[in-house]
Design a protein around this ligand. Structure first.
Ligand SMILES: C[S@@+](CC[C@H](N)C(=O)[O-])C[C@H]1O[C@@H](n2cnc3c(N)ncnc32)[C@H](O)[C@@H]1O
Length: 230
C-alpha cells in the first residue's frame, strides 16, 4: 500500500512484473506484508511524521533528555530511521516477523541508535509511555472489535505535551467493507481525538483514486493527523 497524492506518489513497485500479485487487502487479511515492504523500500519518511517533528522542534529542547517515540506498525522502518537520525529513542512495534530484520539491517541508521524492536500485534502490544505515538497507515489494520481498547492504550501512552501522528481511514475508502478493517467517519475520527485529549495541529481529509503499492486501483479516503496531547 502506498499513500495517495502528495504523501507518496502511487506507482508500481520497481521490480519484475508479477501477475500473481493480489490486492493489498488480501495481504492484510493474511498478515503477509512482504510485497508492501519491497514496494516502499527506501521511501522517505511520512509527511505526518515530519510535521510532528517540526512541531517538537518549535517546542524546544525537552527537559527529560532524549524524546521517546513509539512507531506502531513500523513496517520496514522509514519513520523509525528518521526518528533515530534525529536522536530520538524509538520503540518500533510491528506484528510482521520480517519488520524487525528490515529495520535492524537498514543502512541509514545512526551507529548509536537507541532502538527497541518489539514484534507484537497492536491489538495486544503493551504501548510504553512516549512523547510521540507515530502510527503511519497502520490503524486501519486493527481488528474492529479491538480498536477501542487500542485507542485507549494509545491515549494513555502519550505524555501531556506529546503528540499523535498518523492516519485513520475513512468510511468511503475502498477497503472499508473488508471485515477485519477499522474505518471511521470524519465525525468519529474527530471524536476519537477529543476523547484522547488530542488537539489537532493537522487534520486533513483526503479523497482520491490512486493505485496502492501493489498497483491496484482503489478509492482512498484518509485522515492525515498530527495532534498534541493537552
Ligand atoms: C501499510 S503498512 C505501514 C508501514 C509503515 N508505518 C509505513 O508508513 O510505511 C502497515 C504495517 O502494519 C503492520 N500491521 C498490520 N497489521 C498489524 C497488527 N495487527 N499489529 C501490528 N502491526 C500490524 C504491517 O506488518 C505493516 O508493517
Amino acid at each position: 500500500m502506498s499513500t495517495p497524492s502528495d504523501q507518496s506518489p502511487p506507482q508500481r513497485p520497481d521490480r519484475e512484473a508479477d501477475d500473481t500479485l493480489h490486492p493489498a487487502h488480501v495481504y492484510a487479511n493474511q498478515r503477509d506484508w512482504e510485497n508492501y515492504f519491497r514496494a516502499v523500500d527506501r521511501s522517505k519518511p511520512r509527511d505526518t511524521l515530519l510535521l510532528a517533528l517540526s512541531k517538537f522542534d518549535e517546542d524546544g529542547t525537552p527537559r527529560h533528555g532524549a524524546r521517546h517515540a513509539v512507531d506502531l506498525g513500523a513496517g520496514e522502518g522509514r519513520d523509525t530511521a528518521e526518528l533515530l537520525r534525529r536522536s530520538w529513542r524509538v520503540t518500533a512495534i510491528d506484528a510482521h516477523p520480517k519488520s524487525a530484520d528490515l529495520i535492524r539491517t537498514r543502512a541509514d541508521l545512526p551507529p548509536d541508535a537507541a532502538l527497541t524492536i518489539v514484534q507484537a500485534a497492536m491489538e495486544d502490544a503493551e504501548i510504553p509511555e512516549c512523547d510521540l505515538l507515530n502510527c503511519s497507515f497502520t490503524l486501519p489494520f486493527c481488528l474492529p472489535g479491538r480498536f477501542e481498547s487500542l485507542w485507549h492504550r494509545i491515549a494513555l501512552a502519550i505524555r501531556p505535551g506529546g503528540r499523535f501522528a498518523g492516519q485513520l481511514f475513512g468510511d468511503r475508502d475502498t477497503w472499508a467493507p473488508i471485515p477485519d478493517r477499522t474505518h471511521h467517519t470524519v465525525q468519529q475520527a474527530r471524536a476519537l481525538l477529543g476523547r484522547a485529549g488530542l488537539v489537532p495541529e493537522l487534520f486533513r481529509e483526503d479523497e482520491s483514486d490512486a493505485a496502492d503499492a501493489e498497483g491496484h486501483a482503489k478509492h482512498w479516503h484518509v485522515f492525515h493527523i498530527v495532534a498534541r496531547k493537552v
